[in-house]
Unconditional design. Structure first.
Length: 202
């Protein structure tokens, strides 16, 4: 997971001399989702709010598209003037906000617009982290498309797993589905809030 003290990382050694560039770039998108606890917690919180796979499609797709748009801006050298530490704080804040939607029993009518904004924040965080990894990659547009598809597929897989667990766990544990949803959202909100504080003071 990225920290303000370590704002960049090389997730996979992608260079113009690497004959496995295509495979490496696909892996970047998948590893970003599966290797980042903050991203996974955000998807979990979103799944709790959306309740179903059909309800997830629009907000998750909007998140990914905005995420990709932010990546494009970063790789084009656009400077938004926000320190990486504050972007990481913003990422943690998106987790808290999404968890609070479930805890408060409120789902925005246009949730896809909310997730689009949040996707933009997450994208700037990833873009700063991957700047070195993407240097030397030929056909940047195609590379970004591959990263995006990798992220979308990994997100959908994680979200569907979470939804399946949320459906079957109440029966197995003999507790109400609502209790599990509220308890899980509370844990996610607390973890996200602790990350906010940690990143603010670090």
């Amino acid at each position: 997971m990225l920290k303000s003290s370590e704002p960049t990382t090389t997730i996979f050694p992608v260079t113009s001399d690497n004959t496995s560039n295509s495979k490496a770039i696909w892996v970047l998108g998948i590893e970003h989702v599966l290797g980042g606890l903050d991203h996974i917690l955000f998807i979990l919180a979103l799944a709790l709010v959306c309740k179903s796979s059909t309800g997830l499609v629009a907000p998750l797709s909007a998140f990914t598209l905005a995420h990709s748009f932010s990546l494009v801006l970063v790789f084009l050298g656009v400077d938004i003037g926000v320190p990486s530490r504050l972007i990481e704080v913003g990422i943690a804040m998106t987790i808290v906000i999404m968890a609070l939607f479930e805890l408060l029993g409120w789902k925005p009518k246009r949730l896809f617009l909310v997730t689009a904004v949040m996707g933009g924040i997450h994208g700037f965080g990833l873009g700063q982290a991957l700047t070195d990894s993407m240097v030397g990659v030929e056909g940047l547009a195609i590379a970004l498309a591959q990263v995006t598809v990798g992220i979308e597929l990994a997100q959908l897989a994680v979200a569907l797993i979470f939804l399946a667990v949320l459906i079957h766990l109440p029966k197995l544990a003999n507790v109400s589905k609502k209790s599990i949803e509220l308890c899980t959202s509370c844990v996610v909100a607390c973890v996200g809030f602790s990350w906010m504080l940690e990143r603010l003071v670090s």
